[in-house]
Design a protein around this ligand. Sequence first.
Ligand code: SF4
Ligand code: SF4
Length: 412
Amino acid sequence: MSDDGLYSALVQRGMTRRSFLKFSSAMAAALALPLSYAPRIAQAVESAPRLPVIWIRAQTCGGNTEAFLRAGDPTVSSMFLETLAVEYHESFLAASGASAEQLRTTAMERYPNGYVAVIEGAIPGMAGTCLVGGRPVDEVVREVADGALAVIAVGSCAFDGGIAAAANAQTSSGGVRALVGDTKLIMLPGCPLNVVNLTSVIVHYLTQREWPATDLVGRPLSAYGDLVHNQCERRPHFEFGEFALAWGDEGAQRGWCLYKLGCKGPEVMANCPTVRYGEGASWNVRAGHGCVGCVMPDFWDAMGPAYKRLPSPVPFMPALTVDTAGVLMVGGIGAVAGAHAVGMGVRFKRRARIARREAALAAAGAGDTAGVAATEPVTTGPVAGEPVAASAAASEPTTDQPAGTPAQDGER
Ligand code: SF4
Ligand code: SF4
């Protein structure tokens, strides 16, 4: 593998300067940065070395590798393909078995702490389910992750087990987090992932020398920071109440909102409407199918059925139904109202007491002291702002003698 920098590798591949600058603009958009960042991205990528990648396939259909291989946009995805040094990916190797494993260990030794580990597929819990070079894949993933700059989990299976961890699955599978921990793990779920997001994560590292900020489940905020619904071109129809009610009906033909046909866009965080698939040509809602929420945790079970509206009104809480949310809200509002009522009762009582005492003191000023004693026995401490009672003033020491000083003989 050549050690030329990224830019020279691209130029050797025939990429024009114009395409390169377009790529930089596309990356700025994918990273949710202003376009003014594009020249900085171009400059950083120009001077960057190739970033070696070791790609491990665990329990997977290979869809993410397919997405990687089929990336055809010369200005974006080919850039990724041509400039990253993919040191090991079993699907790309002519070698197999022990020779392929030797290539992996050689690559790890050549770039100690200097490669990116990409993990595709779920990690099975059932012994003997998925072997790489005759060894359990979890051992191999741990070994590769140990020496990596970062571990990027691509696709929904690497994210949390995907279909291999869905209800009634047989292999006790899960995502890579249990093996790798959170410190250097970046999640790019999707079924499959969008290669543009993988590219933009790498470009972020090359540009900033750090990995992008992520949400609570490890997904970069630049790619998974906004609802699909907020970015969808059918959103105006949602606002106007224009819904397709059956596949192929007039609403569907007119491009109306697919919410009532099961679109999960209002509950899904992803940039699919802006980055799109197929060289930016389209995405599923544009093509006429609702979002099924493939980037969400536990999506096979939590986001289904695909053609039914989700009852949950809260993103990340797909199990929460509208009914439960309503009960919780009514209960919460009742509790707040009750607390408010108690607080107001105490306040009114206190105000009434102050008013009575002020009236009594005014009466006392007019010489009606007997009335004061009769109507207002003092049972609590002083109220802020009240005048000091005459009896209290009378008990105050009249000299500078400090409180507690014993009285001297002859002073009694
Ligand atoms: S089609 Fe889906 S994502 Fe688009 S506006 Fe309707 S509900 Fe939202
Ligand atoms: S629009 Fe929804 S189903 Fe389609 S790729 Fe994006 S998150 Fe997955």
